[in-house]
Design a protein around this ligand. Structure first.
Ligand code: RBF
Length: 174
């Protein structure tokens, strides 16, 4: 079978993340997988873009359904103090035998999009929506499938790129 490098290619421009403030809101539901995704995002932002570890704020919530509300409240609370440049919402939804998965996935994806558009702060959709445990492990770079890839890495690239571009856009620079 033909193989290729999974996930997003790094941006062409070398963004400087050294003064960025990033908020990661993550779930404690499916925490083993979530933890790996959070680490992938953090390590990428620190090692590739020089984001300062002390400028990354972690905040945990129970499950994915709580992500949009919490991101919205923390962005709101930070406007006069910390001012986050980007937010990454990280969760893992795994399909069960009821309709919960569908309802939560739809609400959360729309909610996260809305928080970003309403606040003007980029909010990265770091929620895996998997049909089984193996898919989730593989997409967090865990397990032993050959094609595994940690999508947290992609979300780290994405957050820094949008945060840097958004600063320019605020100054009218395109
Ligand atoms: N939250 C997740 O982040 N991932 C899940 O896979 C997940 N599955 C759930 C399945 C059921 C049956 C229920 C009741 C909740 C689930 N949640 C899950 C939690 C949900 O996102 C939220 O925390 C709770 O519904 C409380 O608002």
């Amino acid at each position: 079978m033909e193989t290729f490098e999974k996930g997003v290619a790094p941006p062409a421009e070398n963004f400087d993340g050294s003064s960025l403030r990033i908020l990661i809101v993550h779930t404690r539901w499916n925490y083993r997988i979530v933890e790996a995704l959070v680490r992938g995002a953090e390590e990428t932002m620190i090692s590739k873009y020089h984001v300062q570890p002390e400028n990354i704020t972690l905040h945990s919530v129970a499950g994915s359904y709580e992500l949009p509300f919490t991101a919205q409240r923390l962005i709101s609370a930070s406007t006069n103090t910390l001012k986050f440049d980007a937010v990454i919402c990280i969760g893992v939804l795994i399909k069960g035998s009821t309709m919960h998965f569908e309802y939560i996935a739809e609400a959360v994806s729309h909610g996260i999009m809305r928080v970003g558009l309403d606040s003007g702060v980029p909010v990265v959709f770091g929620v895996l929506t998997c049909l089984d445990d193996e898919q989730a492990l593989e997409r967090a770079g865990l397990g032993d499938r050959p094609g595994k890839h940690n999508h947290g890495i992609d979300w780290g690239h994405c957050a820094v790129e949008l945060a840097c571009k958004n600063r320019r856009w605020k100054d009218g620079i395109i």
